[in-house]
Design a protein. Structure first.
Length: 488
């Protein structure tokens, strides 16, 4: 016999889930409003944010109402199905009657999911609190104790990174790549050397060899927006208007010029806001690459240590500092974000885009890298990725195309993401040692400007997600620079 109609139990569950989602959105709109209105933040930006929240709250309430209406509609259909099934029998059809066991399993599943989410949040909070307490004690301790605590803490941190690498193997079924093994091996060896040297000197000397320290981010500093290579009133290079893909690269190249200037002693990231009429603000985060090659754990976090951490599949201190800079810029949750990075900056951008806690906070929709080795980074397919590489640039190849050594001596080379990779012809310049001159950021700007009118670059720029960030109207664009560094 063929049955037609609704699965009553599934309908009830759907109605309950829709009602639960409606309640959560309504509760969110109620709880956030007093926090925003009672915030000590004052000034024009604060007023603008409060005004924008009014509109966003209306959308939340409308969505909650729509979900509630959908829940009621499903509930009515369930009741009609039950009535139709019971005609002629005086009671609901046994085949359609709710199963106590199924109801219990459904209830337990929902509760378990909520407990899992809550448990994850609690665990993260406990870890953050413990880390902050450790850092507070370390900062206030005498130098010998501080050095010993730092050296021991770094050994524990590298051990966790090694365990994370093993966990990724267990969960994905793919062993660590050759690059990950070599990078983490070097970092662990340096950490043990630091501990030995610190212990032998009774804490009086810690060499901080390949020590990535802790992230620091300064306050956002406004910079001008306009024609490339112009200078603003504070003697900084202006941020180019993000009208094309090459202009996006140019903004990242411009970020290199911020190092050493007032408020940015080490290196900085530029955060550009695009506000088009009738659309929510979109944010472009421009991240420069390596600006220091010494392994001594100094304040500049975009150094050799940062490269090794990222190549090992870890979040570097520089990456954590970029996150802090984005939080300092008060990028709202849900606002579209594009990460753009050159060389190590592209590695930072890819590492952040593949980190679940980061993408839970920031709505990363687009990623543009140039001259960066990103084959080994498992970037979610929901993010539109454009990876630009000169054919002769050696840097994008340092991850060895994600070469992996499997048990038994088998070596494979694959990619762990679905990035659109565009290999550009080498610029007509002296290649330098091993083609390193092809790696310069400004050379990529020139190459992309030549080839972006068609092909995959043009296709990427025309995507709806990318169009949110592109405009030719400078009045729709503002920009800031924020210092990023590390402390030991």
């Amino acid at each position: 016999m063929t049955f037609y109609g609704m699965d009553v139990e599934s309908g009830r569950r759907l109605s309950e889930e829709l009602a639960r989602a409606s309640d959560r959105l309504a509760a969110l709109s109620r709880s956030l409003t007093p926090l925003i209105q009672g915030s000590p933040w004052k000034g024009a930006d604060a007023q603008k944010f409060t005004d924008e929240w009014t509109g966003q709250r209306t959308k939340l309430i409308s969505t909650a109402d729509a979900l509630a209406a959908a829940s009621n509609a499903v509930k009515r259909n369930v009741e009609e199905q039950v009535a139709a099934s019971s005609k002629g029998t005086g009671r609901p059809s046994a085949a359609q009657a709710p199963s106590f066991f199924d109801s219990l399993v459904g209830s337990v599943a929902v509760t378990a999911g909520d407990l899992w989410d809550t448990g994850g949040n609690v665990t993260t909070a406990v870890q953050d609190t413990a880390g902050n307490l450790w850092n507070s004690v370390q900062d206030s301790a005498p130098l010998p104790i501080r050095n010993l605590m730092d050296a021991q803490g770094n050994v524990a941190s590298q051990a966790r990174d090694a365990m994370d690498m093993g966990w990724r193997w267990l969960t994905s079924g793919e062993p660590p790549s050759v690059t990950e093994l070599v990078s983490n091996g070097l970092l662990m060896a340096a950490t043990m050397e630091n501990l030995q040297a610190t212990a032998l000197t009774l804490g009086l000397f810690n060499p901080h060899l390949l020590d990535d320290g802790r992230p620091v981010a300064g306050e956002p500093i406004p910079v001008g927006v306009g024609t490339p290579n112009d200078i603003d009133s504070n003697r900084r290079l202006v941020t180019p208007v993000p009208s094309t893909i090459s202009a996006l690269l140019d903004a990242t190249d411009t970020a290199y010029s911020d190092a050493g200037k007032s408020g940015v002693p080490d290196t900085g990231v530029r955060i550009t806001t695009v506000e088009k009429p009738g659309e929510p603000p979109a944010y472009i985060v421009s991240i420069p690459g390596t600006t220091r090659w010494l392994p001594d754990g100094a304040a500049n976090s975009t150094d050799l240590t940062g490269n090794l951490e990222l190549a090992g599949g870890n979040l570097s201190t520089a990456a954590e500092a970029v996150r802090l800079a984005m939080e300092q810029a008060a990028i709202p949750e849900g606002a579209p974000v594009m990460l753009s990075g050159h060389s190590q900056g592209g590695m930072i951008a890819a590492a952040l885009a593949s980190d679940g806690s980061f993408t839970d906070r920031f709505n990363v929709t687009n990623l543009v890298t140039f001259g960066s080795p990103v084959d080994s980074t498992p970037i979610p397919p929901s993010i539109d990725v454009l990876a630009l590489q000169h054919a002769g640039d050696p840097v994008p190849k340092v991850d060895l195309a994600d070469s992996t050594a499997w048990p038994g001596g088998i070596v494979t080379a694959t990619r762990d993401n679905g990035a659109t990779i565009v290999e550009l012809p080498n610029p007509d310049i002296d290649a330098g040692i091993a083609g390193i001159n092809y790696h310069d950021a400004n050379r990529y700007v020139d190459s992309v400007s030549q080839y972006e009118a068609g092909g995959p670059i043009a296709h990427y720029s025309e995507q709806q997600s990318t169009q949110r960030f592109l405009t030719m109207d400078a009045s729709q664009v503002t920009s800031t620079v924020t210092n990023v560094s590390r402390k030991q």
